[in-house]
Design a protein around this ligand. Structure first.
Ligand SMILES: *Cc1c(COP(=O)(O)O)cnc(C)c1O
Length: 396
């Protein structure tokens, strides 16, 4: 049977575009937000602490500090570790630019170390190659939802006196050697953007077991002032001091009400993502032309993304052609990520270009992210698989 591709004028696999990711906000989430809107505290109120405590409990960390975005959380992490001019921080290139931009905010220098070919996670051996006397920290990115090899990274960090920051924006709900994501790094960073596992609209969190780092981040999100408005109001005092240069990176109680309500559903969200990913794995196991990212036996991925690599050698088809063909079938595929140092800003500022991390670059040329979100139905999933098979058949 020959099916005409939608790209060539045939009818698409589905009539409406299936996005690659989407939030799930329900009536009880909305009611929780409305309740805070009717309360006295829209910001700096008790719902922020309630969300922080519930989140810390969920991930098994001693402290959680909520901020206005995942990017603010990364910046706060760099500030808390006192990254400054002349300091180098080793980071994965296969990530959203914010993972590395945070180093530059603090006038540090990002140093890109290549990824492992099967998992696309920061490779501890490559990290070791990039160490210098100026190295202060490692930012490991749990790409697609799979935790990095934190035992190996922390062993390197211990030997050289470095801190490990886990950019866990993809991996809340994931596990590494039986331990939950959230206390695997010295600092662990999360995002609550609508495509992530749980949303507050915009929002972020840092978790840690280190009381001093947590306090530094609390101060940093509030202009560098150690007390907040509510604490002063409770003491009837007007006096405050600014002790370091901070920002207004506060999250609101309105957002935290949404976060608290979403957090209750997080286990179900993660389970549904894992279930859908397992069905993709099964469908692609024997399909020539598509290679899913490997998840190691000692990890549980939380599956923020479901990236696959197109086997360009097996098919007369480029990644971009596959992307266009899937979009025409109304499958909302995406690409994660252009290696950070290939962005024009990085090329110019750090005088870098192709060749720096060959494995990440080769992966980028073949990567496609398939739709994956909790509300996706079994029929949606079948549409994606049908579209992938239709395209591969027509190109073989
Ligand atoms: C989403 C994301 C961020 C940034 O989070 P925002 O909340 O959008 O600022 C950082 N790192 C990674 C890996 C992300 O996916």
């Amino acid at each position: 049977m020959f099916e005409q591709l939608a790209l060539h004028g045939g009818s698409p696999v589905r009539p409406l575009l299936l996005p690659y990711g989407k939030q799930q906000v329900e009536e009880d989430d909305i009611a929780a937000v409305v309740e805070v809107l009717r309360s006295d505290w829209l910001t700096v109120g008790p719902t922020i602490e309630a969300f922080e405590e519930a989140f810390a409990h969920f991930v098994g960390a001693s402290y959680a500090v909520a901020v206005s975005s995942g990017t603010a959380a990364l910046h706060a992490a760099m500030h808390a570790l006192e990254i400054g001019s002349g300091d180098e921080v080793i980071v994965s290139p296969l990530t959203f630019a914010a993972s590395a931009n945070c180093i530059i905010y603090q006038n540090g220098t990002p140093v890109f170390a290549d990824v492992e070919p099967d998992t696309l996670l920061l490779d501890p051996h490559q990290v070791e190659e990039k160490l210098s006397a100026r190295t202060k920290a490692i930012i490991a990115v749990d790409y697609a939802g799979q935790p990095c090899d934190y035992d190996a990274l922390k062993a390197i960090a211990r030997r050289h006196g470095l801190a490990v920051v886990a950019d866990a924006c993809h991996s809340v709900g994931g596990r590494y050697r039986g331990r939950a994501v959230g206390a695997l790094g010295d600092l662990n960073v999360f995002s609550f953007h609508p495509v992530k596992h749980l949303t507050t609209g915009e929002g972020g969190m840092v978790t840690t077991n280190d009381a001093e780092l947590a306090q530094r981040i609390r101060m940093f999100r509030n202009h560098g002032v150690p007390t907040d408005h509510r604490q002063r109001a409770a003491h009837g005092s007007y006096y405050y001091e600014m002790v370091t240069l901070g920002y207004n990176y506060r999250i609101t109680d309105i957002q935290c009400a949404l976060g608290l309500s979403q957090l209750k559903k997080l286990p179900a969200f993660v389970r549904r993502r894992q279930e859908l990913a397992a069905r993709y794995d099964e469908a692609f196991a024997t399909l020539e032309g598509i290679v899913p990212v490997n998840v190691r036996a000692d990890r549980v991925s939380a599956y923020h993304l479901y990236p696959v690599r197109c086997r360009l050698d097996a098919l007369d088809l480029t990644r971009d052609a596959m992307y266009a063909a899937l979009r025409a079938e109304n499958i909302g595929v995406n690409v994660h990520y252009l290696p950070v140092y290939l962005h024009p800003y990085y090329r110019r500022r750090f005088n870098v270009g192709p060749g720096l991390c060959p494995i990440a670059e080769a992966a980028y040329k073949r990567l496609l992210t398939l739709p994956l979100f909790p509300r996706m139905t079994d029929e949606d999933l079948m549409d994606v698989i049908a579209a992938v098979k239709k395209i591969i058949r027509s190109y073989r």
